[in-house]
Design a protein around this ligand. Sequence first.
Ligand code: ADP
Ligand code: MG
Length: 700
Amino acid sequence: MSFNLQTPIDYLKGVGPNRADLLRKELGIHTYQDLINLFPNRYIDRTQYYKTNQLQRHSADVQVIGKITGFKEVAQKRGKRLVATFQDDVGTMELVWFRGQKWIRENLKLNKPYVAFGKTNWFSGKFNMAHPDLEPLEDHKKNLSSGMYPIYPSTEKLSNKGISNRVVSKIMQQLFLDSKGKFTETLSENLCDKLQLISKKEALLNVHFPKNQTLLSKAQFRLKFEELFYIQLQLILKNRIHKSKIKGYPFEKVGHYFNTFFKDHLPFELTNAQKRVLKEIRHDLGSNAQMNRLLQGDVGSGKTIVALMSMLIALDNGFQACLMAPTEILSVQHYNGLHKLCNELNISIKILTGSTKTLERRKIHEALENGDLQILIGTHALLEDKVKFKNLGLAIIDEQHRFGVAQRSKLWRKNMSPPHVLVMTATPIPRTLAMSVYGDLDISIIDELPPGRKSIKTVHRYDKNRLNVFKFIRDEISKGRQIYIVYPLIQESEKMDYKDLMDGYESISRDFPLPDYQISIVHGKMKPADKDYEMQRFIKGETQIMVATTVIEVGVNVPNASVMIIESAERFGLSQLHQLRGRVGRGAEQSYCILMTGHKLSNDSKTRLETMVSTNDGFEIAEVDLRLRGPGDIMGTQQSGVLNLKIADIIRDSDILQNARYYAKEILNHDPALSKPENSAFLNTYRQLSKFKNIWNYIS
Ligand code: ADP
Ligand code: MG
């Protein structure tokens, strides 16, 4: 039988059905290929052996050669622990198991030399090693592995069931023996030469059984490069196929609407960043391909005007446009911001949300279908089946992180040919991450705020300083400013959060009593109409304080509001804090953000608060966020698994990523179909990857 990497793991000697099942469930290892791509997390120097009298109280992993001379069971609070006496020629220590005791007793032999490997602890006058990795000395000597001992990813269940690191390492050896090192090269000779990459075969061998540190580093580099290279190759190809296959409506001209707006209605001069981004969008709209663009811009960077002007181009070419926002409040705000202007330009515009009345709804449906309605603003309601555009040319989605990918595509499946799509987000995604996740979208970035913005002053205050904070609020209100006070609302503890909010509201009402002070309150449990009413009172300046949950997080624009107080700020994520802070600093006045917390703070919370206090830069904040949470979390559940990287690290290896992207592009530029003989390794690997998507499921 020839060696095939797609062979199910069950067939490997030493695995068997039970272990195969565990490997599948715990580590997602189905095939030989999966196993070979299980890369060690770290390596340990195993050239050194310790004697039982050389152990240190705070020692790292050590290995000791000795024999088990006896077992005993010790009762403890819950269950019992199994303790073995481990003896070498100078003394003894104990080996301890809290779980998996049956397996241990059945499988370990007394008075036989073993190498015990693990972390030692000092417990009631003795050294012990809990759940050691034990290997018969005989095997240990025969072992293929060098001084660098690989430590593989594992789970509690695996170690409980006796699949220790040593076992994994052993089946890995078996795989290498079976394969006789026949691993197909996956990168072209050309590229390997150019970048001085070692061969696939050598890299795999040295990542699992490193001969020395130098070869290990080379192996890791080569495998990281390969991993990132193929992600990029796939994303770029996807993007190109998309562009060539999916025809868009070419918006050839910029006409009356756009020009009139530009000449007579533009309320301010566009920033250079806005101009650049508009140019990128116009270029896309004018081409034959469907636009699929992500517009990133920090809160307050002025994305709305870009959205509007893009819609005007669609209208100039006889098409309809829509703008979808994640909440009713935001939709209303967009609508209010745009409808006056649209009236002046003689553009028909409507808003459609969950609370639109049936009659109005019917009118909208009709006007959409016969083309009378040119711009539709709204919420998810736009995705309903009844909403049928006559000729939707451009769909804009604001605050992208609230919508899933599936929802987005729903919008353009309704049409015969998909409209151009512009997705706007104020959650800056670090470039490296954007590149690997959104490699198939084009990205525009507004990296400049409109002129004259005063940077927001941010401070962190403990709850016990609340009186000072209230005094500050009073002073600001007396200067004519408005205040936001925001409470957390996190799904799992919704009831408690709601209570916190209401308690907070009551206490604020006491400290800021009628008739001197008017307070608005907005939260998720209110009817949309009530929410809107409260919101409008605040927007019109009839109330000075807005008590709210995070419903006001995105997009709300009240320039006169200059103080943002965030309660229990330690419970918010960084990007959320940044979004909330972005609600102030929109007018001419100096704005403030006050982060209120209790005294007990985790390290992560401290880092988040310090980051907020020290910077206003959304991209900088996003980098810290990425570090704290990892990429999976940031992209949200609908895309988890997208960055299921086996060996590369999106942050630490961002240089390799950029390099990989560069070469992937260059290769595709010279050979778009990868059909040249020298690129056959790329084509074969690419095909292989697409075929076994379950293995490389980077792309959602
Ligand atoms: P966001 O990117 O957060 O959606 P908005 O589009 O709501 O930001 O813009 C924030 C504020 O900045 C708005 O009041 C808008 O009118 C104003 N603005 C946008 N662009 C400019 C500009 N070039 N010059 C001055 N003010 C601007
Ligand atoms: Mg906005």
